[in-house]
Write a protein that binds this ligand. Sequence first.
Ligand SMILES: Cc1cc2nc3c(=O)[nH]c(=O)nc-3n(C[C@H](O)[C@H](O)[C@H](O)COP(=O)(O)O)c2cc1C
Length: 203
Amino acid sequence: MNALGISGSPRKGGNTETLLDAFLAGAEEAGAETRKVILRDLEFTSCKGCNACHKTGKCVLTDDITPLFDEILEADIVALASPIYSMGITAELKAFIDRGQVYWARKFILKDLYFEYDHIKRHKGFFISTAGQNWDHVFDGAYPVITAFFNDIGFEYTDNIIANNMDEYKGIKGHPTALEEAKKRGRKAVGELQSMSAKTEGE
Ligand SMILES: Cc1cc2nc3c(=O)[nH]c(=O)nc-3n(C[C@H](O)[C@H](O)[C@H](O)COP(=O)(O)O)c2cc1C
């Protein structure tokens, strides 16, 4: 079982990446192999909108994102992490998600990519985010983008692990419950997938 975390925060070791680390630590504790990718460290360009993938099912761009898309399809758990910037996700995560258009093209135009319901149930996607404001709806602009991406890659959009009010807490480490809760959710995600596998093996 493996869990892949993708951090779209430009601030290394910041609130969002720390929350992602807690989630991955929980997953590791429960027995998963984990890996974190920091988009800021990668060299890549955003989608050019050439629509070549609509005909070929392949992206014309070859860069650090190229192997990551193969890796994502092999993961059991994917956690996409981004702070809220201007009421949405960061440019880094959005650029990464737009490059996933190739999967949309394969699913909905070329129709050579199809995920059975059982596959989707066994692939869990999480959105991990932090925001400065103390406003319950501050994450709402991000959800449709994350939904679209998990839908394209055949993952169930399982849950959000979010913490607002960072300004008042003076960062994620000042939050009373968020880090422990993220760890718990990491453990739970792996535990649920392990139970599903055990059930299948027992049938
Ligand atoms: C460019 C920029 C835009 C931001 N926009 C918002 C916003 O619209 N709403 C909000 O609640 N916080 C906003 N914030 C605050 C961040 O979401 C918050 O500080 C977050 O915890 C930062 O996460 P990080 O430490 O991973 O960078 C913004 C911060 C920056 C730098």
